[in-house]
Design a binder for this molecule. Structure first.
Ligand code: C2E
Ligand code: MG
Ligand code: MG
Ligand code: MG
Length: 284
């Protein structure tokens, strides 16, 4: 009887795996179709100087504009993209679209930087530094207006290669920031190993800042550490003024979060943020 049960659960288990594989394959082919149809879009979220709320940059965040489901978040499809054959194609699209957009804004007279999130395949296959150089040349974008955000999982393998790539990218004048800082296993050792220009303190530490003294201690010392290492520090996930004020009191320079603005289509970003920046510039 025991044998029967085991055999039964084995069959159920197999069915579950098969189902998961099938839904993954379905999603993969939907994503390939979405790429063909141009259903991906970049949203932009403002990054500000905390002391006066002035605009300094925008993070480009991908969305899938699904014909039925509406805008789909990257958390729902990027894990599949990043482990599929589509990875390089979408990563290249993100980089090119963001650079073109940044150049348009630069030509309009804005000094806003644009940050892109790197996908794992971009560091581990092909020559990212060369692609970035080519893109800067073809768009005419000033290199210091481009930022690249990398997460710890991307840095895990092939240290020598990553190090070499980072150096060459920085030689172009493009800045590299450590994203989701503090959530990985070896954040500190990566600060030592890789030449980084700044770090972004993960939202999970920022959101509890006012109510949790451990979070406050972690954020405070991360800000101190960044300064001592000469790194720019950006706080992610700021949702209210009190958190922003507290971060200023701790010496944090830059921030990003729903309090300042949600990620939004380029046209909305231009209207809500760039118009004011350009107005102020021409009035000055
Ligand atoms: P991330 O790079 O850490 O981006 C920040 C995420 O936090 C974004 O989620 C943003 O919408 C969200 N966020 C910003 N401020 C707040 C806030 O005040 N409160 C809350 N609750 N959330 C806030 P999103 O757009 O869903 O992106 C999730 C992740 O997907 C990103 O995390 C990034 O790792 C990845 N991703 C997004 N776009 C791309 C892309 O073009 N390429 C690659 N490779 N990854 C991307
Ligand atoms: Mg990011
Ligand atoms: Mg982040
Ligand atoms: Mg993240």
């Amino acid at each position: 009887k025991a044998k029967m049960t085991r055999r039964g659960s084995h069959v159920i288990f197999e069915a579950a795996i098969r189902q998961e594989l099938e839904s993954r394959l379905t999603l993969e082919s939907e994503l390939a179709l979405a790429a063909d149809r141009g259903e991906f879009e970049l949203f932009y979220q403002p990054q500000v100087r905390l002391i006066d709320g002035s605009l300094v940059g925008a993070e480009a965040l991908i969305r899938w504009k699904h014909p039925v489901r509406g805008y789909v978040s990257p958390g729902e499809f990027m894990p599949v993209v990043n482990t599929s054959a589509l990875s390089e194609r979408i990563a290249n699209w993100v980089m090119e679209t963001a650079c073109r957009q940044a150049r348009d804004w630069e030509l309009a007279g804005s000094g806003v930087r644009v940050a892109i999130n790197l996908s794992p395949s971009q560091l581990h296959s092909g020559d990212l530094a060369h692609s970035v150089a080519t893109l800067l040349e073809s768009t005419g974008l000033t290199p210091s207006l481009l930022e690249i955000e990398v997460t710890e999982d991307i840095l895990l393998n092939d240290e020598g290669r990553v190090l070499d790539m980072f150096k060459r990218i920085q030689q172009l004048g493009v800045r590299i920031l450590f994203d989701d800082f503090g959530t990985g296993y070896a954040s500190l050792s990566y600060l030592k190993k890789f030449p980084l220009d700044g770090l972004k303190i993960d939202r999970s530490f920022v959101s509890g800042l006012l109510s949790n003294s451990d979070d406050a201690a972690i954020v405070g010392s991360t800000i101190g550490l960044s300064k001592q290492l000469g790194l720019t520090v950006v706080a992610e996930g700021i949702e209210d003024r009190a958190t922003a004020d507290f971060l200023v009191s701790m010496g944090c320079e830059e921030g990003q979060g729903y309090f300042f603005g949600r990620p939004m289509p380029a046209a909305a970003f231009e209207k809500q943020f760039l118009a004011a920046e350009l107005g102020a510039a021409s009035a000055a």
